[in-house]
Design a protein around this ligand. Structure first.
Ligand code: ADP
Ligand code: MG
Length: 340
């Protein structure tokens, strides 16, 4: 961008270009990058043959909306990168490169905040082997936009639209930890009865969800549809159903809920698993013929996933996602443990 307000302000300790050079320029290995940070745009090498496709996703995190205002720079950076990586997992793509558009209030543009932010970003980028190749730095209310670029074998990208009647429905990991983690960020005091190791696990999970790249790569040739769970299982499974023109029937007794949640949040945990957001697990469907292969991987510990239901044909009388056979959310609220 031409005239950045950061560099115009003389009382500001660090200018835009100082920030980029000190905290973003050499953050990661530059595999496949022909021209990285420092010019008007980055250039990346793509194979001349078309056996791979480029997968592109963007997510913005806004202060006070997507993370609490008292979150540390390191926590914000990790979360921003993880939620973008989760979109790559949802497509079964291998993350490769990302850009960072950082809007930063003047009071945060100090060396310590930027060092922590850069360290959090580098840690996750290293773990998932993706390179920061460019971005933009401006002054204003704190917001972070990451655009992630990944690779997928041509035609192997998992979409929301492939589920058919009779497919099994699976989720990876545990559900409900994201909603519990959000509570842990906002209501530390009301969690005083919860052991410290439990609230710490939840906080860590909230700030560093585990993008399910490996699970996605494992299932990519068997799954018929896939989505990452950012808005809650029912909402996101609903997207698969709408895109695929089907409905889903799930069994709440099968929902994978961490024992900590069952023990300390007995009343809320089913509700969180169904409707809470921020889990960043995958929900995927598998044709009936391939269910034994998936179940075998799960049985042998090669895939951390749970079968929670089946795809059924859609009908005007039923909701898109039938929960324990209930036809409406109102009916569900009849059960104590589903009170919202
Ligand atoms: P321009 O004025 O052409 O838009 P900038 O001066 O904004 O370019 O950026 C200079 C270089 O620094 C570019 O290569 C840009 O991609 C990179 N850059 C700017 N901000 C960031 C950031 N937050 N993270 C990584 N790279 C950045
Ligand atoms: Mg330019």
């Amino acid at each position: 961008m031409e005239r950045n307000t950061l560099t115009q302000n003389t009382s500001f300790q660090l200018g835009e270009f100082d920030i980029i050079a000190a905290y973003f320029k050499d953050l990661t290995d530059q595999d496949g990058v022909a021209l990285g940070i420092g010019d008007d745009a980055a250039i990346i090498n793509l194979p001349l043959q078309s056996e791979t496709q480029l997968v592109v996703a963007s997510d913005t995190l806004v202060d006070g909306v997507h993370f609490p205002s008292d979150a540390s720079a390191c926590q914000i950076a990790r979360r921003a990168l993880c939620v973008n990586l989760s979109d790559m997992a949802a497509m079964a793509a291998i993350p490769r490169w990302f850009t960072l558009a950082l809007t930063l209030p003047r009071e945060k543009a100090n060396r310590q905040w930027l060092r922590d932010f850069s360290a959090g970003l580098a840690e996750v980028a290293l773990e998932y082997n993706c390179a920061l190749i460019g971005g933009d730095t401006t002054a204003g209310p704190l917001s972070i936009t990451i655009t992630m670029l990944g690779e997928v074998a041509a035609g192997a990208g998992l979409m929301r639209s492939g589920a058919t009647n009779g497919d099994g429905i699976y989720v990876t990991g545990f559900l409900g930890d994201g909603a519990a983690g959000l509570l842990a960020t906002t209501e530390i005091n009301s969690l005083s009865s919860i052991p410290i190791n439990v609230s710490e696990r939840l906080l860590n999970f909230f700030y560093q969800p585990r993008p399910q790249i490996n699970a996605a790569l494992k299932i990519r040739y068997l799954a018929s549809a896939c989505i990452d769970i950012s808005d809650g299982l029912v909402a996101d499974l609903g997207h698969i159903c709408e895109s695929s023109g089907v409905a889903a029937s799930i069994n709440t007794a099968m929902l994978p809920i961490h024992p900590d949640l069952k023990e300390h949040f007995e009343d809320q945990c089913h509700n969180w698993a169904l409707f809470g957001g921020d889990d960043y697990q995958l929900c995927f469907t598998v044709p009936a013929a391939d269910l034994p292969a998936i179940d075998d991987w799960i049985f042998h510990g090669e895939l951390d996933a749970t079968r929670i239901g089946s795809i059924v044909s859609s009908s005007d009388d039923n909701p898109v996602v039938l929960i324990d056979g209930c036809k409406s959310i109102d009916q569900l609220r009849g059960f104590d443990h589903f009170v919202l």
